[in-house]
Design a protein around this ligand. Structure first.
Ligand code: AMP
Length: 421
């Protein structure tokens, strides 16, 4: 299969060849023909599957075939993403894939002055990528009108719901014209997402794609059982001894991300943190420094890390394990890109032991145990309440109580569906 076989036009094929893409990924092969035919789509796909190009390419192709000129503030394609980083990344994909086409695109997000964004919009825009809050602000001020939207994309709907954007999404959708093509993407499919999509999509094609197995297979996964108070010395030792060129560290909270970066810098290891409390300029600078190699270590929270698209990350370190096992797959997918070998190290304390079990169930693999000087047998053997953080244990106990009450109504919960190619 080639992009030409999918009837992708020559200027796009040339850009893809220049990027080194030789063949479409499974989601691209499945989605592109339907999207060129004008169908609505519900895509269940995570980062790393090539989902961005799966919607960017057909949109660019259709826009370029129409030969219409861009109108000020009236986009023809609107793409909504939950975070600034992801929005910027998608906008960059339009620029990269559309480098041999004439069209106008721009991105708007909060945390920066709106003046330059308004100026770009006033010059005419075919493709607008936006985060929900800033989009609504600019719509309310009359700088953006959605009456001309022909292509509407919601990316990472699950995260948008997690981040409380449901009302914003409804307000945006209500401003769209009756006739448009909608493309929805989510890494997971819950009942809430299913209902949301059902209301808004017309006879959609449903496509599911897990990250290419080869991506996960290229990643060597190891776990370090360690007590919480030994995580810092363990990290310091690893970073010094190991051949770690470009390291992405995940922490559970913003505060912890700052503390980790601080501790590393004290030991003369160049590190910075990105999370929701940092200004846009700080985040952009940290990303730029990480990409250019000036920064060896970047510490991030899950949400801030969405949309980080840096090749050649040699190691991902889960300083804390994520609450959701799906996040683990997102996190470690940042290394081992494009067939390169990558390593994913996870620090697991006793109160995270069940999270590791959840991850192993989801990925259907056993993570290899690493021997090291701070090894904690207590963490390795933890079960029951000791294997969960106090908050998650309480939440689970409460949920168990309310599930028992409502069991006769809703029946047992279905397990998270995992498919492997
Ligand atoms: P995404 O899932 O959209 O975040 O894409 C993940 C990564 O795969 C990005 O770095 C893309 O540049 C890359 N990519 C997308 N499509 C292809 C392709 N057909 N061949 C090779 N790499 C690709």
């Amino acid at each position: 299969m080639s992009f030409g076989n999918l009837n992708i036009i020559d200027p796009l094929c040339r850009a893809l060849a220049k990027e080194g893409y030789t063949a479409p990924t499974p989601i691209q092969t499945l989605a592109i023909p339907h999207l060129l035919n004008g169908k609505d789509l519900m895509g269940i796909a995570q980062t790393g599957t090539g989902k961005t190009a799966a919607f960017v390419l057909p949109i660019l192709q259709k826009i370029s075939e129409q030969h219409k000129s861009a109108l000020p503030g009236v986009p023809r394609a609107l793409i909504i993403a939950p975070t600034r980083e992801l929005a910027a990344q998608i906008d960059q994909s339009f620029a990269t894939y559309g480098q041999f086409l004439r069209f106008r695109h721009t991105v708007v997000f909060g945390g920066v002055r709106q003046g330059p964004q308004v100026k770009m919009l006033s010059q005419g825009v075919d493709v607008l990528v936006a985060t929900p809050g800033r989009l609504l602000d600019l719509m309310n001020q009359g700088y953006i009108m959605l009456r001309g939207v022909e292509f509407f994309v919601l990316d990472e709907i699950d995260r948008m719901l997690d981040m409380g954007f449901i009302k914003d999404m409804r307000r945006i959708v209500s401003a769209l014209p009756q006739k448009h093509q909608s493309l929805f993407f989510s890494a997971t499919l819950s009942r809430e997402i299913g209902e949301f999509a059902e209301k808004l999509l017309t006879d959609p094609v449903r496509i599911e794609a897990t990250p290419q197995a080869s991506t996960l297979e290229c990643i060597k996964q190891s776990v370090f059982f360690v007590d919480q108070n030994n995580k810092y010395p363990l990290l310091q030792g690893l970073i010094r001894d190991e051949d770690m060129e470009r390291v992405l560290i995940f922490s559970r909270t913003k505060h912890r991300a700052d503390k980790i970066a601080e501790a590393l810098n004290k030991n003369r290891i160049n590190a910075d943190a990105i999370h929701g409390n940092k200004s846009q300029n700080q985040r952009t600078k940290a990303m730029h420094d990480f990409k250019s190699g000036r920064l060896r270590v970047l510490v991030a929270t899950d949400i801030a890390a969405r949309g980080i698209d840096v090749d050649d990350i040699s190691h991902v370190i889960n300083f804390d394990l994520p609450n959701e096992p799906e996040s683990y797959v997102h996190r470690i997918g940042r290394t081992g890109r494009a067939g390169a070998d990558g390593k994913a190290y996870s620090f697991c304390a006793a109160d995270e032991r069940n999270m590791l079990r959840g991850i192993e169930r989801l990925t259907r693999t056993k993570v290899g145990i690493m021997e090291h000087q701070y090894h904690s047998e207590t963490a390795k053997m933890a079960v029951g309440a000791a294997a969960e953080s106090a908050t998650s244990y309480r939440a689970r106990a409460t949920a168990r109580g309310s599930r028992q009450e409502s069991a006769h109504k809703s029946g047992p919960r279905k397990p998270y569906p995992v498919r492997r190619r």
